[in-house]
Design a binder for this molecule. Structure first.
Ligand SMILES: Nc1ncnc2c1ncn2[C@@H]1O[C@H](COP(=O)(O)OP(=O)(O)OP(=O)(O)O)[C@@H](O)[C@H]1O
Length: 316
């Protein structure tokens, strides 16, 4: 069987996020076999479902059988339940990894998840960063990398690993919950045979490479085109202008979403001053960015931006 952790250095200590479903149990089995003594597992209990405690205990029993240390992380969920649960989960996993000296945390996202993500994001009109889908790896916290070692595996292949080990996984009721876009994407893919998950996942991988390449190019271009708080956009393709403006705004602590960024650039292109959150941008051959004058008490909120906002694309 192909190794799943070949991208991780030989002596790394790796955390495995195991919900108790078939995907993450398969990841646990594969990782424990490949790196004996180097993995540790955690199950997050969001306190949202009565069965969660029993599911976490079942994961603990599998881990005991494998000789893998296992922790249950209790979290409280704020905000919209699904997004809130995900944020709280990644935060808890980051803290857990730091506490136990783990350099990597692995989740069991696979090719079918990737294909569903791509379909959902196409339906929302996402840009390149969103269409690049679930990243093979990304920083989770300082010194800790989040990895997806089974991103090329199909759901059925992971299920077969668990079945072969004679383990009965937990069923995730959110898989069939019609309130979630992912449920509809999954049903659509099952009903339309020519929507091949492997091909969609392949496209996402190509888009992720294109995204990384543009980011690389923008980082080099920044040295040439950004000087202090000014940006020279002349003659650049719009995508690179967008990336350079994002870099400049990030220095002011501003992370606008796609539509806000587009409006800012359109105004500057049209020779008009623009304000985004706490930053004012002046037009001209070279654009200048500066802190906006403080708001008048009781005045309107600054147009088109926030000092802290979600990133422009969904980070997965
Ligand atoms: N309660 C949990 N405890 C530990 N790990 C979990 C838990 N829930 C999910 N994971 C990890 O995250 C992986 C992906 O799970 P899931 O698709 O539910 O998460 P997600 O990132 O929130 O995806 P979605 O975008 O569909 O909400 C699992 O395979 C597992 O590795």
């Amino acid at each position: 069987m192909c190794p799943i952790l070949s991208a991780v250095t030989g002596d790394a200590r790796i955390g495995i996020a195991v919900s108790g479903g078939p995907d993450s149990l398969a990841l646990l089995l594969l990782a424990a076999a490949e790196r004996p003594g180097q993995v540790r597992a955690a199950t997050v209990d969001h306190g949202l479902r009565a069965e969660a405690a029993a599911e976490a205990a079942a994961v603990g029993a599998v881990c005991a059988r494998l000789g893998v240390a296992h922790d249950v992380l209790q979290v409280r969920v704020a905000g919209s339940v699904q997004a809130g649960a995900r944020d709280a989960r990644y935060q808890a996993l980051a803290g857990w990894a730091a506490d136990h000296g783990l350099s990597h945390v692995a989740t069991a996202h696979h090719a079918d998840d990737q294909a569903e993500t791509l379909v959902m994001r196409l339906a929302r009109g996402a840009g390149l960063a969103g269409l690049a889908g679930i990243r093979r790896e990304r920083p989770l916290a300082p010194g800790i990398t989040l990895i997806r070692p089974v991103l090329d595996w199909r759901r059925a292949e992971l299920r077969a690993v668990v079945d072969a080990a004679g383990i009965m996984p937990a069923a995730d009721p959110s898989n069939d919950d019609p309130r979630f876009d992912r449920t509809h994407a999954r049903r659509l893919m099952a009903a339309v045979p020519w929507l091949d998950p492997a091909r969609l996942a392949h496209s996402a991988a190509i888009l992720a490479e294109a995204e990384a390449a543009l980011d690389w190019a923008a980082a080099r271009l920044a040295d040439e085109r950004i000087a202090g708080d000014t940006l020279d956009p002349r003659g650049l393709p719009p995508e690179l202008v967008r990336r350079l403006v994002l870099r400049l705004l990030a220095a002011f602590g501003i992370v606008p979403d796609g539509p806000r960024l587009a409006r800012l650039i359109a105004r500057l292109d049209a020779g008009r001053t623009a304000t985004i959150g706490t930053v004012k941008a002046l037009p001209g051959p070279v654009w200048r960015f500066m802190p906006a004058p403080p708001r008048r008490p009781g005045g309107k909120a600054p147009p088109d931006g926030r000092a802290t906002a979600p990133p422009p694309a969904i980070v997965t």
